[in-house]
Design a protein around this ligand. Structure first.
Ligand code: GLP
Length: 241
């Protein structure tokens, strides 16, 4: 595992954006796995700035997002669809038919999940997967559990995650209790993975995911078995490693 401990959120975001841009410059048809949450916002804004300066072109890029709340219409202000539009897609030239976000309103969840996996497979798999991490060690919405789902699935969110994510909703009761998320193998099959973490509330999760042990109660710990994983953290998130 390659670990970069950055001075602050801004330098963490810049480094992550450079890694994404390098990937696209090396392979303009890259398939990107994208994450949401507050952590990658700075990276997306940096990529938008690079695009506006003509430094990177997304016209052949294909994207797959990790997850979406279940039962939340995509127009909802807290949906991950809206997040991606507001922070990234509206400002760059990823073609609309190249953007993929799980559909949290699909009538047949099982079909939705199978089709999502199939679309990733047909695209040739993920070249570069960007990840954040939950304070409980979740990746995507793969929550701590005795058993972890391998492929895209419907997940019941933990109280911790609902509480952490309530800051994006008006009231905690408004946070959906379920979500669609890619699985552990969907993530692990990515050729390269970059995980970002910022702030003191991620320090324990980062310590656990670099501990040398794989523990399903800290889903991110499986990333230690990936051969191309880069961790970019700020000083606070990296304080315990
Ligand atoms: C959500 C997302 C994850 C993300 C995590 C951390 O639960 N499903 O993909 O990594 O939150 O979010 P934040 O970056 O806001 O701390």
């Amino acid at each position: 595992m390659r670990i970069y401990i950055e001075e602050n959120y801004e330098t963490m975001s810049k480094k992550a954006a450079l890694m994404v841009a390098s990937q696209i410059i090396l392979n303009p048809k890259s398939v990107l796995g994208l994450a949401t949450g507050s952590t990658p916002v700075g990276m997306y804004h940096e990529l938008v700035a690079m695009f506006k300066r003509g430094e990177v072109d997304f016209s052949e890029v294909i994207t797959f997002n990790l997850d979406e709340y279940y039962g939340l219409p995509k127009e909802h202000e807290s949906s991950y669809y809206r997040y991606m539009m507001d922070n990234f897609f509206s400002y760059v030239n990823v073609p609309e038919h190249h953007m993929h976000i799980p559909n949290g309103m699909g009538e047949n969840v099982v079909k939705e999940c199978l089709e999502y996996e199939e679309k990733i497979r047909i695209a040739g798999g993920i070249d570069l997967q960007i990840l954040g991490i939950g304070s409980n060690g979740h990746i995507g919405f793969n929550e701590p559990a005795d058993k972890l789902n391998v492929t895209t699935h419907l997940v019941r969110l933990t109280e911790k995650t609902i509480n952490d994510n309530s800051r994006f909703f008006e009231r905690e009761e408004d946070v959906p209790k379920e979500a669609l998320s890619v699985g552990i193998a969907t993530i692990m099959k990515a050729k390269k993975i970059v995980l970002l973490a910022s702030g003191r509330n991620k320090a324990e999760a980062i310590r656990e995911m670099t501990s040398g042990y794989v523990n399903t109660q800290v889903p991110a710990s499986i990333l230690q078995t990936h051969s191309e994983i880069t961790l970019i953290v700020d000083k606070e998130a990296g304080a315990l490693i």
